[in-house]
Design a protein around this ligand. Structure first.
Ligand SMILES: *Cc1c(COP(=O)(O)O)cnc(C)c1O
Length: 527
């Protein structure tokens, strides 16, 4: 029986598909494109009355669960084992990944995750433990967390670190809650957090979530924080600032120390979004810039995988002023024995904590990978990491700036990402067309339309883990696509031509996601 028969009576996702060519000569019966296989939803492929396993029917009169047993089917489609394996393997092949090719997504630092990290993370003493195990049986794991904490403090020049936040955005929340706790402890609750207009969306979202009013700080012509405007706005209602450094225009904020001093003088505190730490690790210590709290995305700077929104890890380094408010739990060591401080205590360490960010102490698997990465590079190796990341980005900036507008290119080298605008493309052509053209070239698109301060922004971050050959190949493809957009090549407006899907309705996908599968009839009736 072929796929079509199996799907009889159900609307086929293959027919009428956007990618089906009108040219009959080149269409296929299966909907597959050579070895790029079309894959229906598992509900469309399997059927409710089919079972993938052969087990004896359980005698119903044995009351094993005291009457709690399910009396209806759970509605999962049946597939054989091989069909199930194929389904998920095919889906996995539709994913672009750093293990397949260069992933130039700016601000995301999509670098290679060395396999040594994976080997370490799979050691049973780190992988097969439970957060509620007796402390005496997880001494090695706690030591690993403590050792990683030590490195993070050393690399940032900060006295304390909260390890439990599970992503950059979660770390932001941790830092802002610590700022709130510190201000409230001195009886000076304030209302406003200032955020530059180039900030990542999570910054204003975090401040608003923590109950602050968000106000924007303008950028200068050169893409940096307008220090004069910031100074003007500071006052007794400002709890603090959230500044990304290096910023989302791919530029270092050279006035950071001055900004911190101004904010402190006005009674506020300084949050730094450390997502771009990869550009400065080993070279600049945020603690020397007067920062009070900064998250570090282990899944960016320290190479641990970004897995579809998780599992990330976002430890937050804290200054002397914020350390007492750090969240629970945290690891302490006394006489070579590690313990977890789990409760508020009348000690200096956990006296004023604002509470917990998560149930337990954080992402053990990510801690293991990050420490493996850090120790295999060492301090000198990490300095080389940031230097090479910056070198690769500048190589792209200077290899493209004759065809693409680089709005801040005149103000000197960039940090670890190169920023371009859509100025100079033919009428009717925009950044999205370049992104779609890159897909045909076999690349995941760069970050686009972010930061908002640049029209049609393209933010390209190669990272240091790409060789010169790999970067050259990418530049060749990028230039090819950009040239089509400059020449007004109409074919580009329909790109990608070679991908399973072309131009999806991304707005509806984000705003009206359908997350639960219904039989098509039911779905129609519900509309
Ligand atoms: C990635 C990123 C964040 C958010 O980090 P997550 O780990 O994705 O939550 C915040 N700010 C900037 C500048 C980022 O690049």
């Amino acid at each position: 029986m072929n796929q079509r028969d199996l799907n009889q009576g159900r609307p086929s996702r293959i027919e009428g598909d956007i990618r089906a060519t009108n040219d009959h000569k080149y269409s296929t019966y299966s909907g597959n494109k050579a070895l790029m296989l079309e894959e229906p939803l598992i509900f469309e492929a399997g059927s409710l009355d089919k079972s993938g396993v052969d087990i004896d029917v359980i005698t119903p009169d044995i009351n094993r669960l005291g009457g709690l047993e399910r009396n209806q089917t759970i509605g999962l489609p049946g597939l054989s084992e091989s069909e199930t394996v194929r389904h998920y393997t095919r889906l996995s092949r539709q994913n672009y990944a750093i293990d397949l090719g260069l992933f130039p997504l700016g601000s995301c630092t999509m670098k290679h995750n060395p396999r040594l990290n994976e080997k370490m993370a799979r050691i049973a003493g780190f992988a097969d433990i439970h957060p509620m195990q007796p402390i005496s049986t997880v001494q090695g794991a706690l030591e690993l967390i403590d050792e990683l904490a030590h490195w993070l403090k050393k690399l940032t020049g900060m006295p304390a670190v909260a390890m439990s936040p599970k992503a950059g955005a979660h770390g932001e929340l941790c830092g802002i809650l610590a700022i709130r706790a510190a201000l409230e402890a001195r009886g000076d609750a304030r209302e406003v957090i200032l955020v530059p207009e180039s900030a990542h969306g999570t910054n204003p979202a975090t401040a608003a979530f923590a109950g602050y009013r968000v106000e924007e700080i303008p950028a200068t012509e050169g893409g940096r924080v307008d220090v004069a405007a910031l100074e003007e706005r500071l006052g007794p209602d400002v709890a603090g600032v959230m500044i990304t450094n290096p910023n989302t225009c791919g530029l270092f904020e050279p006035d950071m120390r001055k900004i911190s001093d101004l904010v402190h003088a006005a009674g506020g505190l300084v949050y730094c979004d450390g997502a771009n730490f990869n550009a400065i690790v080993g070279r600049v210590r945020p603690g020397d810039l007067g920062i009070d709290a900064m998250h570090i995305n282990l899944h960016k700077t320290f190479s641990t995988p970004h897995g579809g929104g998780g599992p990330g890890s976002g430890p937050v380094v804290l200054s002397e002023a914020l350390a007492p408010y750090a969240p629970l739990p945290f690891v302490t060591k006394s006489k070579d024995y590690f313990t977890l401080i789990e409760e508020e205590q009348s000690t200096a360490v956990a006296g004023d904590t604002f509470g917990r960010m998560t149930a337990f102490h954080g992402q053990m698997g990510m801690f293991t990978r990050a420490l493996s990465y850090i120790m295999s590079h060492g301090a000198d190796g990490l300095k080389q990491v940031s230097e090479d990341a910056v070198l690769n980005a500048n190589y792209i900036l200077r290899s493209m700036d004759d065809v693409l507008d680089a709005p801040f290119g005149h103000s000197g080298p960039c940090m670890h990402e190169a920023l371009f605008s859509d100025k100079g493309l033919a009428d009717g052509f925009s950044t999205i067309d370049i992104s779609k053209g890159l897909i045909d070239e076999g690349y995941h698109p760069m970050t686009m339309y972010f930061p908002l301060v640049v029209h049609g922004a393209m933010l390209v971050e190669p990272t240091e883990t790409e060789s010169k050959d790999a970067v050259d190949a990418f530049i060749g493809s990028f230039r090819n696509v950009v040239q089509k957009a400059i020449d007004g090549d109409n074919n580009l407006l329909q790109a990608p031509h070679f991908a399973p899907r072309a131009r999806l309705d991304e707005t509806s996908a984000a705003r009206r996601p359908i997350l639960v599968w219904n039989e098509p009839e039911t779905a129609q009736a519900a509309e």
